[in-house]
Design a protein around this ligand. Structure first.
Ligand code: NDP
Ligand code: 8X3
Length: 251
């Protein structure tokens, strides 16, 4: 029987690539995001190209009631979630702390930290009921190190790091695996979002070197979730070859 994976932030980048990668391996998928049109398009593609079943959930991870209502409304069959990929997230702005925009700060904390918690709070009891499951949290190199002007984004990803470690301890007795994947620079819509739609500034981030692409991380996620039942990958840092740390990049 096919397994079920729930991927948040599946409308672009890493989440979308992960949906395609897991579909190739016969997972049925719950895909979520705010952009309903993109979810519909992706769902059509996944069902027609890979013959899997897809459930789309349109919600903003920052809106707790909406997260709860969407997940609670899943049928009993779809509630048998084997893998949760907590991927939805963003950076907003890249300013020194003294110049930071409080709205950017709230957006990052509400999405990356509280959103991840709201989704996890709904899915964890479903996994506990079945005494199995695997939660893959998408952290970042920014959750391991801080860099100039990264302040609140880095703090939010450090929080994800702490939550991943805590989940792993708290869910140990429940038979639930918890993995952290921390990518370096991946070329997605991430920088367009960070720079509020400034595509030129976003493209400049990836100029002069070969960054990771979304598929690199999707393949890593597949590797992690396809280990045998007795094996858990706790923590993976995945970087472009030219990147040694947040600041050392061989351009
Ligand atoms: P993208 O901008 O391409 O994708 C982000 C996804 O998150 C979109 O599907 C978006 O969907 C979703 N999302 C954002 N805010 C919300 C929200 N409030 N509610 C629901 N969904 C939301 O970026 P990436 O694929 O690069 O980012 C995916 C994850 O990877 C993030 O957690 C990011 O921090 C992390 N990461 C990215 C790196 C990079 O260099 N790109 C490196 C390290 C980590 P929609 O807008 O439709 O809601
Ligand atoms: C995204 C990668 O280097 O911009 O998490 O923090 S970075």
């Amino acid at each position: 029987m096919s397994k079920i994976a729930f991927i948040t932030g599946a409308t672009s980048g890493i989440g979308e690539a992960t949906a395609i990668e897991l579909a190739k391996h016969d997972y049925n998928l719950i895909i979520s995001g705010r952009r309903a049109g993109r979810l519909v398009e992706l769902s059509k593609r996944l069902t027609s190209e890979y013959g899997i079943k897809v459930q789309t959930l349109v919600f903003d991870v920052r809106v707790r009631e909406s997260v709860n209502d969407s997940i609670n409304a899943l049928s009993e069959e779809w509630k048998k979630i084997d893998v949760l990929v907590n991927n939805a997230g963003l950076a907003s702005g890249l300013d020194p702390i003294q110049d930071g925009d409080v709205e950017d700060w709230e957006k990052m904390i509400d999405t990356n930290v509280k959103g991840l918690l709201y989704v996890s709070k709904c899915v964890i009891p479903l996994m506990i009921e079945r005494k199995k499951g695997h939660i893959v949290n998408i952290g970042s190199i920014a959750g391991k190190e801080v860099y100039a002007n990264g302040n609140v984004y880095c703090a939010s990803k450090h929080a994800v790091e702490a939550l991943t470690k805590s989940m792993r301890i708290d869910l140990l007795k429940e038979g639930i695996k918890v993995t952290s994947i921390s990518p370096g620079l991946v070329e997605t819509e991430f920088s367009q979002v960070r720079f509020h739609g400034d595509t030129e500034r976003a493209a400049a981030v990836y100029k002069g070197f070969e960054p990771l692409n979304a598929e690199d991380i999707a393949e890593t996620i597949w590797f992690v979730v396809s280990r045998p039942a007795h094996v858990n990958i706790n923590d993976m840092i995945v970087m472009p070859t030219v990147q040694a740390s947040s600041v050392y990049i061989n351009k």
